[in-house]
Ligand binder design. Structure first.
Ligand code: COI
Length: 365
């Protein structure tokens, strides 16, 4: 379907961030956002691009009490020629559909989702940063805002897309890669079988904050979650999926337990590594084997993967106060190669051999 959305341009354009190399993650927001409503019996209606500004919400809206919400994370990039690219946006649409099904929220057709992204990114395309390591972070989200305290799916929803020129989540402010310290969480859990671990919902992250705050006491940026049943197998990192590079195998947690977020970067890393002839296993890996590998040197690298995190190397795991160093605490070779290739494809400086980039059909000089 050919969707057309009315656009109301802001009358108060914001000042642009002064130094693109010091953007941090989602600290600035662009001039416009996309908004659309869903009502029972009517479906999605009134999609529009409007100035980015605070929204009104009734205090009795069910999302504020029972958290019926979901979000996605994706990025837009500007190539050296000024062309605007998205990265595998169909995967976001498909993951969103799975999340909405889990949360009893209305389905958003893939073509409508893409048209909405396109409409708002087009308005703010000149906000897409070009300094090394930066991109325009796209945050689509949906919430139920029926005025109701019944613990039932809402009868009215809002869908918004907001945009933020951003650096990568764990990066230092120089656009380069740096190895991060991560705390291995042994007290709290993120997701159990049958829960919402595979869905992109705020509750998964809100529930993780106690753990990541505790991790900071050990000078760690985030946590590596272990499985809920045995506290034994590595699952994912606070904001991203986790990969463990052994001598002859790269390992990441399997998706079949339903406790792991099916990251689009995770899938891209697996496919890229396999295309380079690297053995990748989606299998259970115990924290004991990780520690042993760090002691013997068989574990060569650890890295996080995600839209926000991109590829974030991990140089140290802290387990109950003890540091286990990997890759000499530095950025590993494979992490760097993956970062260079993925970010290169995304920004159009490395040929996209996988057919992953999606041209918005728009050029900004
Ligand atoms: C993303 O990578 O897009 C995410 O949603 C992670 C976020 C929790 C920082």
């Amino acid at each position: 379907m050919d969707y057309k959305f009315p656009v109301t341009r802001t009358t108060h354009p914001k000042a642009r961030p002064e130094d693109e190399s010091k953007l941090g993650f989602a600290r600035y927001f662009t001039d416009h956002m996309f908004v659309m409503d869903w009502d029972e019996g009517l479906g999605w209606h009134d999609g529009r691009v409007v100035p980015h500004e605070p929204i009104l919400i009734e205090p009795a809206s069910c999302v504020l009490h029972y958290a019926q919400m979901m979000f996605e994370g994706m990025k837009a990039y500007r190539t050296p020629e000024g062309e605007i690219l998205l990265f595998r946006p169909d995967m976001n649409a498909k993951r969103m559909a799975r999340t909405c099904e889990r949360m009893c929220m209305p389905e958003l057709p893939e073509d409508l989702f893409l048209a909405a992204i396109k409409a708002v990114v087009t308005e703010d395309a000149d906000w897409i940063p070009t300094s090394p390591g930066t991109a325009l972070y796209i945050r689509p989200f949906m919430f139920g805002d029926e005025v109701s305290f019944s613990v039932l799916p809402a009868k009215h929803y809002r869908f918004l897309i907001i945009l933020s020129p951003t650096g990568s989540y764990y990066a230092a402010n120089d656009g380069g890669l740096h190895a991060t310290r991560i705390y291995v969480q042994d007290k709290y859990i993120r997701a159990a079988k049958g829960g919402t671990g595979y869905a992109k919902v705020g509750g998964n992250y809100g529930g993780g904050m106690r753990a990541s705050q505790d991790a900071m006491k050990y000078d760690c940026k985030d946590v590596l979650w272990l499985d809920a049943a045995e506290h034994k197998y590595v699952e994912e990192i606070g904001t991203s999926n986790a990969f463990f590079v052994f001598k002859d195998e790269v390992v990441t947690a399997p998706l079949d337990s339903g406790t792991i977020l099916p990251g689009i970067t995770r899938d891209s890393v697996i496919q890229l590594l396999r295309s380079w002839g690297v053995k990748v296993s989606e299998r259970k890996l115990s924290i004991d084997d990780v520690i042993e590998g760090s002691k013997t040197g068989d574990l060569k690298e650890i890295f996080a993967s995600g839209t926000a995190a991109v590829i974030s190397p991990i140089g140290t795991l802290n387990v109950q106060g003890t540091d286990y160093v990997v890759s000499g605490g530095k950025v590993g070779e494979l992490s760097q190669k993956l970062y260079d290739n993925l970010y290169g494809m995304q920004t159009g400086t490395v040929p996209d051999t996988m057919g992953w980039t999606y041209k918005l059909g728009l050029t900004v000089k």
